[in-house]
Ligand binder design. Structure first.
Ligand code: TXA
Ligand code: MG
Length: 334
């Protein structure tokens, strides 16, 4: 670590020790972190983010040993998945023990755990010697931050210290996987796909089945809308010329809600200036750039943003990206 980042690191560490939330870098998105043993600091995360208490926080650990200390049992499936995907963008939801408070788990008997793949954050967790609870460092329902500047912009009125670890390499949030003794279910899509998970479990001769229907109770925080930019995003499921899209929007713009699940949205008043969100054809690059692109377009004073889904987006590697785009959109053209 350079001298500058070392002093920033010490500052982040001392603020966390004092019970103040700090924004931390991870490979997925920046998180707003607090030590799990300081509930005063954890509560502050909810107030800074304006996050409802029913949406549980992910707990970040630095080792498998530390993860095991947060749960009542550690199934073989969890061991294989952790050994193969950690550090990395996979969160395992397992039965929690009393070291993880109900505030963090939103009253659920489970906890989401992962080892993030970022040296600064791993060092921070090791030196503090306590796991860090951290949701994405954005206001509730809004686009996640993938650079330190995004966090600073998001919380300009809340004076949150940001540990700058550079741009996030993955770019979308972790895959969240519910793990029971021999059953699994993806609760949130990410860059680690169902096929990759299956591949690893088969390779290690693990017996498992996919859970067909997960109850809403076991999977909170899954709103219809999320990750929304400040400007309406129109998701087009088929090719369309801009003049036709504008004409269609003129007839349908009243369908754009003014607020969704407590998150207010800008109405679509004018249809003059638009911006197309064009993603890289490489899904890894597209994920890395997605949120920064959404922020840049939303900041360009346009009236609306539109995204046109192509056939190649329909494969599994794009599922995490498409999930984010659909949830971020205000209206679908189909
Ligand atoms: O990549 C990520 O996962 C990022 C970085 C910072 O690690 N974190 C993140 O946290 O995206 P957040 O709070 O924005 O999303 C966490 C989501 C919750 O909304 C919920 O859907 C799910 O993870 N989750 C967490 N704990 C859970 C639990 N015990 N049971 C079910 N779902 C849980
Ligand atoms: Mg989030």
């Amino acid at each position: 670590m350079s001298q500058i980042s070392d002093s920033a690191f010490q500052q982040a560490k001392s603020l966390l020790q004092k019970g103040l939330p700090v924004a931390i870098p991870t490979e997925t998105v920046y998180g707003l972190a607090a030590p799990i043993n300081n509930l005063y600091a954890v509560e502050k995360i909810f107030s800074i983010k304006q996050r409802p208490f029913f949406d549980p926080l992910i707990v970040h650990v630095a080792s498998i040993e530390q993860a095991k200390k947060c749960v009542t049992s550690w199934p073989d499936l969890a061991q294989v998945l952790a050994e193969n995907f950690w550090p990395g963008p996979l969160t395992l939801v397992l039965n929690k023990n009393s070291s993880v408070s109900d505030l963090i788990s939103s009253g659920l008997p489970s906890v989401g755990l992962r080892i993030p793949n970022h040296p600064m954050t791993l060092k921070l967790i090791r030196e503090l010697n306590v796991p860090l609870a951290a949701p994405s460092a954005n206001k509730f329902g809004r686009t996640s931050p993938t650079a330190a500047q995004h966090v600073a912009d998001e919380f300009k009125n809340e004076s949150v210290f940001v540990l700058d670890g550079g741009p996030c390499q993955v770019g979308i949030e972790s895959t969240v996987l519910l793990v029971k003794s021999e059953q699994i279910s993806i609760l949130r899509q990410g860059v680690i796909t169902a096929s990759q998970i299956e591949g690893v479990l088969h390779k290690h001769q693990q017996k498992f089945t996919w859970i067909e229907n997960v109850s809403k109770k076991e999977s909170p925080g899954h709103m219809k809308h999320h990750y929304m930019p400040d400007v309406p995003l129109i998701f087009c499921t088929k090719p369309v010329e801009l003049p036709i899209l504008k004409k269609w929007l003129l007839q349908h713009k009243d369908q754009i809600p003014q607020s969704v699940e407590g998150v207010s949205l800008k109405p679509l008043n004018k249809l003059e200036k638009s911006q197309e969100l064009v993603l890289s054809h490489d899904p890894a690059l597209a994920a890395r750039q997605l949120y920064a692109q959404m922020r840049t377009l939303a900041g360009s004073e346009c009236d609306f943003i539109y995204f046109i889904q192509k056939d190649f987006h329909k494969t599994e590697t794009w599922s995490g990206i498409l999930d984010r785009l659909l949830k971020a959109s205000s209206l679908r053209y189909e």
